[in-house]
Structure formats: C-alpha cells, structure tokens
Design a protein around this ligand. Sequence first.
Ligand code: RTP
Length: 155
Amino acid sequence: LIASLEQVDQTYIMVKPDGVQRGLVGEIISRFEKKGFKLTGLKLFQCSKELAEEHYKDLKQKSFFPKLIDYITSGPVVCMAWEGVGVVASARKLIGATDPLQAEPGTIRGDLAVQTGRNVVHGSDSPENGKREIALWFKEGEVCEWTPVQAPWLR
Ligand code: RTP
C-alpha cells in the first residue's frame, strides 16, 4: 500500500554530442538500466538551434549560453525518457556534479569526463522539468508506456 502511494516520475536524460562522438552511448544507457529505472523513450537526434535554445532558456543570460548552444547542436544527441520512483534526483546523483572534475568517481561525469563544457550527459533537475523536457524533445507517440513482465529469476 505504501509503495503504491509513491510518486512515479519521469526524467529527460540526454547523451550530449561529445558522449555520442566518444562512443559512450551504451555505457551511459547501461548505468540507468542497471540501476533499475524504466526506459520509455530513446532516439538519436540532431537538434536545431531553436530547440537547444528552448531547452536551455533559463540559462539565456549566462555568458556561456552561445557556446552551450553551439556544443549541443554540434552533432547528434541521444534523447531518453526514463521513469521510476525518485528517478529525477537519482539520475542527477548517477550523473554527478556539473563540473566533471568535482564529480565523484563512480558517477558518469566523475568516471568519463573532465570539462564542464563537455560533460557528456544531461539530466532534468525537477519532475516538472522532466515532463517539460520530454514533451519538448519527443513527439506524440514516441514515448512508450510498457509494463515489465514479472521475471521470477529477478526476485
Ligand atoms: P545539465 O542541465 O546539462 O544536466 O547540467 P547541469 O544542470 O549540471 O548544469 P547547468 O548549470 O544547468 O548548465 C547546463 C549545462 O551548461 C554547460 N555549462 N557550461 N561555465 C560554463 O562554461 C558552463 N556552465 C555550465 C554544461 O554543459 C552544463 O551541463
């Protein structure tokens, strides 16, 4: 009964262009799969400048904004929607600090990156932004609701 009261959230995770170029897509997907979250959306995608600017609209006033938009549009990204109880905060923990040199070993950025401007992955910072970003990056019908089959060997 208690478990059924827990809120199931969605988060938008994106392998940034450097992660795709470096061949880290499988490694990054693996970390969320192994943790136990449910993948509900996945695609390789070249985004427009307009979409990148909308996604990062809260950072519009930052000095690094133009560089950030150039980076995100420099090549294809991998867009993902993940679902689960506590998935937003947990994904941020798995990803690690924005500056990869400050990110703990064991986190994606801590293990795989060195520069803030090339930090391989994005994760939504709140359940509200998770919903907003999934709606922004995925079209109707691209996000898939599915129920995992109860596998006796996983109990
Ligand atoms: P993200 O949205 O990508 O998950 O990153 P975040 O929340 O950890 O960091 P945020 O402050 O929202 O910044 C978004 C992305 O902008 C780039 N950035 N560059 N000083 C800089 O050059 C700088 N600061 C941030 C990073 O790619 C960061 O992930």
